[in-house]
Design a protein around this ligand. Structure first.
Ligand SMILES: [Mg+2]
Length: 334
């Protein structure tokens, strides 16, 4: 199939688009009329063999993940999706019917999040399927929440459950079926009583991603932030407890990645009044932001006093503390 025909099919199927789409797909460019002058942009690739396995993953799930992975980034900023454009490199043997279906499915998923597909590009090549999606988003009255902003003493919170994103849980596999946390992010950020100091979405595992929030913080000269987490407070996805791979459930919660939950920090006074669920989404307080020991990370560093040198430490149920800086996303390709 020629690219033109496929795109024509995709656009012909476009139902009534939101009023903000002022130039619908099919022209050289699409256009959106946005409510706010500042536009947020994110782009993400979904690669066969890296983010999914085309041989074993239903097309619906691939289409869904292509959209929701981007929307998770929109949620992390507490923004609202406005529209999207998609680019695909399809293997030559992919087939016309499957190509049409893939784009139809992406369009439907995008539409279900009020994020119309307003343009696209398709190429054929001799390599695995690559889907690239760019999403435009708006702040619509809520200042975006950035990664910087963590402060010493902040409480660390996460939405939902962590770990086991690749496990089949009665036909549901989290990394393909997750719900981007758009509503809870907006609800948190728009209310002064709950607005986070900083926030990101968890893609590489809590241990690594929380490290990004610590690194991004604007602190005094020579100061470094870290975090102390409590193992028994982690909201571990129940199916993780069925895994017998010799790793403790908390290792999965901290390291598996692709949770697509939100991690944010908020000062202790407001955390004390934070509800257990916001916009129907559970919120768990799992630890706090601390000032790390200055100087080299060494046990016995005389400058360290009682402060830990580790960036992220975990306090286990027996009271012992260990660094979890070595944990994080490991490529788990198919
Ligand atoms: Mg992200």
């Amino acid at each position: 199939m020629r690219e033109f025909e496929l795109l024509k099919h995709v656009y012909a199927a476009n139902p009534a688009l939101p009023a903000r789409v002022t130039i619908p797909p099919g022209d050289d460019m699409g256009a959106l009329r946005l409510e706010t002058p500042e536009v947020l942009v994110t782009v993400d690739q979904l690669v066969d063999g890296l983010h999914f396995d085309l041989a074993t993953t239903p097309l619906e799930k691939i289409a869904r993940k292509a959209i929701t992975r981007n929307l998770s980034d929109v949620a992390a900023m507490a923004a609202v999706p406005a529209g999207a454009v998609a680019a695909a490199c399809l293997p030559r043997d992919f087939g016309d019917a499957r190509a049409r279906r893939l784009f139809d499915l992406m369009r439907l998923v995008a539409q279900s999040y009020d994020c119309p597909l307003i343009g696209g590009d398709i190429s054929m090549w001799d390599h695995p399927l690559v889907l690239t999606l760019t999403v435009l988003a708006e702040s619509r009255g809520v200042v975006p929440v950035l990664r910087k902003g963590a402060r010493e003493g902040d409480v660390v919170c996460v939405t939902g459950e962590l770990g086991g994103s690749l496990l089949d849980d009665n036909g549901r596999v989290h990394h393909l079926d997750f719900e981007p946390r758009l509503k809870v992010a907006r609800a948190l950020a728009s209310n002064p009583a709950t607005r986070p100091h900083c926030m990101l979405d968890l893609s590489d595992g809590l241990a690594r991603d929380l490290g990004h929030l610590c690194d991004a913080a604007e602190v005094g000269e020579g100061e470094r932030l870290g975090a102390e987490l409590f193992a028994d407070r982690l909201p571990i996805r129940p199916i993780v407890h069925n895994v017998c791979d010799g790793r403790a459930p908390w290792v999965h919660a901290l390291a598996d990645g692709e949770d697509y939950e939100l991690c944010f920090t908020i000062d202790a006074a407001r955390a004390a009044k934070l509800p257990r669920a916001v916009a129907g989404c559970p919120i768990t307080q799992i630890g706090r932001i601390i000032l790390r020991a200055p100087g080299s990370p060494a046990p016995g560093n005389p400058a360290s006093g009682n402060k830990p040198a580790a960036k992220i430490s975990l306090i286990l149920s027996d009271g012992s503390t260990r660094s979890v800086d070595d944990l994080g996303w490991e490529h788990h390709g198919p």
